[in-house]
Design a protein around this ligand. Structure first.
Ligand SMILES: C[S@@+](CC[C@H](N)C(=O)[O-])C[C@H]1O[C@@H](n2cnc3c(N)ncnc32)[C@H](O)[C@@H]1O
Length: 129
């Protein structure tokens, strides 16, 4: 069987990311999606599981979804995890996003955590009668 892709050059020229990454979300160090996409296509096959530490705004998650790879990632800042999840959902609304441990949706987890931290929006609080 012949190889479908060429071995990449040692210098990769990709335009840096410019502009917003989505609605109501931001991250200070967003990489262009084309960068991890290039790496995934060069060094992983469709269906492979790839690991991204320092996930940030989830650029590698988008590249993996685009290319049929499966991404696992870590991000230390909870607010950037939210950014990555929201960005993913804005790009792939058809893909369900759930908390692996419980199967709950992003919204359900957000409400539950807001309630337990005392920051629940009106209508979701359990105010005393
Ligand atoms: C340069 S940014 C990554 C940007 C990412 N490539 C993108 O396109 O959005 C580095 C990220 O690593 C996270 N980070 C720093 N230390 C970490 C750690 N020990 N484990 C996981 N994530 C960490 C930061 O919060 C930050 O979001």
């Amino acid at each position: 069987m012949t190889q479908e892709s060429k071995i990449p050059d040692s210098v990769v020229r990709i335009m840096r990311h410019k502009g917003k990454i989505g609605q109501g979300i931001d991250h200070p160090a967003v990489f262009p999606v084309a960068l991890p996409q290039h790496v995934l296509e060069a060094y992983a096959d469709a269906g492979d599981i790839v690991f991204k530490s320092f996930c940030g705004s989830g650029t590698t998650l988008l590249a993996a979804q685009r290319t049929g790879r499966v991404a696992r990632a870590t991000e230390i800042a909870p607010e950037y995890v939210d950014v990555a999840v929201k960005r993913f959902r804005q790009n792939f609304a058809e893909v369900p996003v759930t908390l692996a441990a419980t199967g709950q949706t992003f919204e359900a987890v957000a409400v539950k955590r807001a309630v337990s931290s005392g920051n629940a929006p009106a209508g979701t609080r359990r105010d005393p009668p």
